[in-house]
Design a protein around this ligand. Structure first.
Ligand SMILES: Nc1ncnc2c1ncn2[C@@H]1O[C@H](COP(=O)(O)OP(=O)(O)OP(=O)(O)O)[C@@H](O)[C@H]1O
Length: 253
């Protein structure tokens, strides 16, 4: 397979030769808003236990892809499988029950609710599993000190950790992170990287959309670069690092 080839041989969930079946597989995905297309025939595989960084300039369709996988945007065409089950066009609650968790862009923390209330809601609504409130607070101890604080009393970093905690409480097997470092201080960006490493060590698979290239490359084992709603480059992270000129051309850096 060459560096420019796309994953799999066409069938959803087929993956690359010699690799385990991907936990998340996208084939021929067309999606967008009000009939206008943003994604054009997107293919992508997230190997089980892997971290895939989805990169691209502003507006290329990264969030649209994540939202379509989560069921928040309805696809016009194509296939999305999670652990082999077709989910394209399914409702977000069904996709969440199948084990997909989303940390949305902008965090979506509710100003009047306390941190504890946010966690309770996620805990009650989500799948049951190893990620209990105790375990999440062990991973993110700062949140334990802020349980009584309202959403609008939390710093940007605390809000981001809360958004991650909320997703973990739904016990996902696939975690989608949409620009988790956006607007955060460098020390908090490090914490985001640590959390990604920890959840991967615990067996989760992660798809991370990130503008912070250093963060993306520090956690990813594979990189997908999008341009104008299509996948232009899908390579192991080492290959991405080796071809600086191509990375610069595609990302405009
Ligand atoms: N809710 C929406 N309704 C209509 N158009 C949208 C909506 N959300 C995004 N778009 C459009 O879809 C295109 C892709 O946007 P998207 O947010 O997916 O890109 P992105 O790569 O995630 O960019 P960014 O890094 O800026 O978040 C853009 O042209 C954007 O204006």
């Amino acid at each position: 397979m060459t560096s420019t080839s796309r994953p799999g041989a066409g069938r959803p969930g087929e993956g690359r030769p010699g690799e385990a079946d991907p936990i998340l597989s996208v084939r021929g995905l067309v999606s967008g808003y009000d009939g206008s297309r943003v994604l054009h025939d997107v293919d992508l595989d997230l190997p089980e236990g892997g971290v895939l960084a989805l990169l691209g300039r502003n507006g290329v369709g990264k969030s649209t892809l994540v939202s379509t996988v989560m069921g928040l945007v309805r696809p016009m065409k194509g296939s999305i499988t999670v652990a082999g089950q077709e989910v394209a066009g399914a409702r977000p609650d069904r996709i969440a029950r199948l084990g997909v968790g989303l940390v949305p862009q902008g965090r979506r923390v509710f100003a009047p609710l306390t941190l504890a209330e946010h966690l309770d809601i996620a805990d009650r609504a989500g799948r049951k599993g190893d990620w209990t409130k105790d375990r999440v607070l062990e991973l993110l101890p700062r949140l334990g000190e802020r349980l009584k604080n309202r959403g609008d009393q939390l710093s940007g970093g605390e809000q981001q950790m809360l958004a991650i905690a909320r997703a973990l409480l739904t016990n996902p097997t696939v975690l989608l992170l949409d620009e988790p470092s956006d607007g955060l201080a460098p020390s908090v960006v490090h914490q985001v990287a640590d959390v990604v490493h920890e959840v991967c060590n615990a067996g989760m698979s992660v798809l991370i959309v990130e503008q912070n290239l250093r963060l993306a490359l520090s956690v990813a084992d594979r990189v997908v670069v999008m341009q104008k709603g299509a996948v232009r480059w899908d390579v192991p992270v080492d290959e991405f690092r080796r071809d600086r000129a191509k990375a610069e051309e595609l990302l405009g850096i």
